[in-house]
Design a protein around this ligand. Structure first.
Ligand code: NAD
Length: 509
């Protein structure tokens, strides 16, 4: 009986240690510092992740540096064969990876499966690396002179990733980086780090040589060590805007190439001629999927004219049907938030919005399941205006705001005046207006009757304004560009007229 009464968090044997991965094996951290990892659906601590010191980061970088020359020199056909093997293993272990995500992030299993599928697309794109690395060739640019371009890897590159896509976002980085011939140091989110270690083991099994892919866990100490390390050539970052800005400024100050993707406040405009049921379904899945913890989540609907009443009603009607609970249960559609602190912060926006004059149509605290999990039900706020905190901040939770405006122009102005510019969407039946929207709107990814316009793997992903620091979007062609540098060769061979080889016909240049 006493045994049952003991909360699991206090039983050390239930808390697994999560260590670094350097040179093809686990390396226990020596800093004496670690962070808790939770199962958010149960509210219990399941892991303790080691936090790296600068010396441990340096060990990973030096290991990656040693592995670079031979990885870079490996033929494209061999590297491609390894990538096909990675593809097979991720495909085969799809559900196993998804279960790790659900256990530490909380997202429902079907959503976690979707995350792995989107990451897999990027790996599949990288299976075409011989095609992607092809250069250009200009014969006879000048008499007897040919000019051609090649792209070569940078060396050791690093990735720093957020909690919300613990498998997919690292894949956005390591897949193109390794395919291009770089070696890699990953600093994953300390909140859900296990998927990165799983990836490390899987890459080893697929034939990636030891030292080519390394994982160091940690917090600001590890991030700063990455940003300041002289042997890291490039840093990819995905996370919140303040940290993205910091990573960009610090990394570039230390001479690195940096792409830093930040936060978002994605608006979905619904025009009066839209299919309201379609728009309501889209708003519900895009706002509450993954408990709103997606950088491409819709957090603000902008309802134009008489679309507003119909749309708010249609969304409200759908809310009671969303089942919130443990993501491993088959019929659950929305899981918990990642930590208790984050859940409480998200919930605080509901009262804040009410105090600032919004109408709370649904309060997620009233529909949250019982138990110790970090749950919050779905919330809907109507009559949200741009001065309110619920409008200005990236809430990053299952709270959808509705702002009412009179015209298309007012709606687009709201999107364009917003400091973020990640994704946006318009719902309308009018192709001409949709085309105008695509022309007018200041955001990196635009959906037309598509609420979450994440580009397929053969395009690149990235926002504008405070959603991206640096000029290169991630994965796709821009990813290949980011992880390589160009070299142009201008070549002249001695005039064949001077050759000792008898060609049997007159030689001219
Ligand atoms: P976060 O910025 O808190 O953390 C991201 C990474 O930065 C983590 O690895 C973390 O350890 C590290 N970090 C945190 N604080 C730091 C500090 N003070 N100094 C140095 N490093 C630090 O982000 P998060 O909460 O893990 O993820 C959610 C955020 O990521 C949201 O803002 C979301 O919009 C954004 N995001 C953006 C995209 C995109 O593509 N633009 C994709 C996914 C997530």
């Amino acid at each position: 009986m006493t045994e049952l009464a003991t909360p699991p968090v206090e039983r050390e044997q239930d808390v697994k240690r999560i260590s670094h991965w350097i040179g093809g094996h686990l390396v226990e951290g020596r800093s004496g510092r670690s962070g808790p990892v939770y199962n958010p659906a149960l509210g219990t601590q399941t892991g303790a992740v080691d936090f790296a010191t600068p010396e441990e980061v340096d060990l990973a970088v030096q290991t990656a540096r040693e592995a670079f020359e031979s990885w870079r020199a490996m033929s494209l056909s061999k590297r491609t064969a390894i990538f096909f093997q990675i593809r097979e293993l991720v495909h085969e272990r799809h559900e196993e990876i998804a279960r790790i995500l659900t256990a530490e992030h909380g997202k429902v299993l079907s959503d976690a499966m979707g995350e792995v599928a989107r990451g897999l697309e990027v790996i599949e794109y990288c299976c075409g690396i011989p095609e992607l690395l092809k250069g250009d060739f200009s014969e006879q640019a000048s008499t007897g002179i040919d000019v051609y371009s090649i792209r070569q890897p940078l060396g050791v590159v690093a990735g720093i990733t957020p909690f919300n896509f613990p498998a997919m976002v690292p894949m956005w980085m390591w897949a193109p980086a390794l395919a291009c011939g770089n070696t890699f140091v990953l600093k994953p989110s300390e909140k859900d780090p296990s998927a990165s270690l799983y990836a490390a083991e899987l890459l080893k099994e697929a034939g990636v040589p030891d030292g080519v892919f390394n994982v160091v866990h940690g917090d600001k100490v590890a991030v700063d060590a990455v940003l300041e390390h002289p042997d890291i050539q490039a840093v990819s970052f995905v996370g919140s805007t303040p940290i993205a800005r910091y990573v960009y400024e610090t990394g570039t100050k230390h001479g690195k190439r940096v792409q830093a993707l930040g936060g978002a406040k994605n608006h979905m405009i619904v025009l009066p001629d839209a299919d309201i049921d379609m728009a309501a379904d889209a708003a519900v899945s895009a706002a509450y999927g993954s408990a709103g913890e997606r950088c491409m989540a819709i957090s603000q609907v902008v309802a134009v004219g008489d679309a507003a009443d119909r749309l708010v009603k249609a969304i409200e009607n759908r809310l009671p049907k969303i089942k919130v609970g443990n993501g491993l249960e088959p019929d659950v559609e929305m899981g918990p938030l990642v930590t208790r602190e984050h859940r409480d912060k998200v919930a605080s926006y509901i009262d804040g919005a009410r105090e600032q004059g919004a109408d709370v149509v649904a309060d997620g605290r009233e529909s949250a399941p019982d138990g110790d999990g970090f749950f919050l039900g779905v919330s809907l706020l109507d009559n949200v205006t741009p001065e309110m905190d619920a409008y200005k901040d990236e809430i990053f939770g299952p709270v959808l705001g509705v702002t009412r405006v009179g015209t298309y122009n007012e709606a687009v102005r709201l999107v364009n005046e917003n400091p973020y510019g990640n994704g946006t969407a318009i719902f309308t039946r009018d192709g001409g207006v949709a085309r105008q929207f695509q022309f007018d709107v200041q955001a990196g990814m635009v959906g037309i009757n598509v609420p979450i316009p994440v580009p397929v793997a053969y395009y690149s992903f990235g926002g504008w304004k405070n959603s991206l620091f640096g000029d290169t979007h991630i994965y796709g062609p821009e990813g290949i560009n980011f992880y390589t540098r160009g070299k142009v060769v201008t070549s002249r061979w001695p005039d064949p007229a001077t050759s000792k080889v008898d060609l049997g016909f007159p030689r001219t240049r």
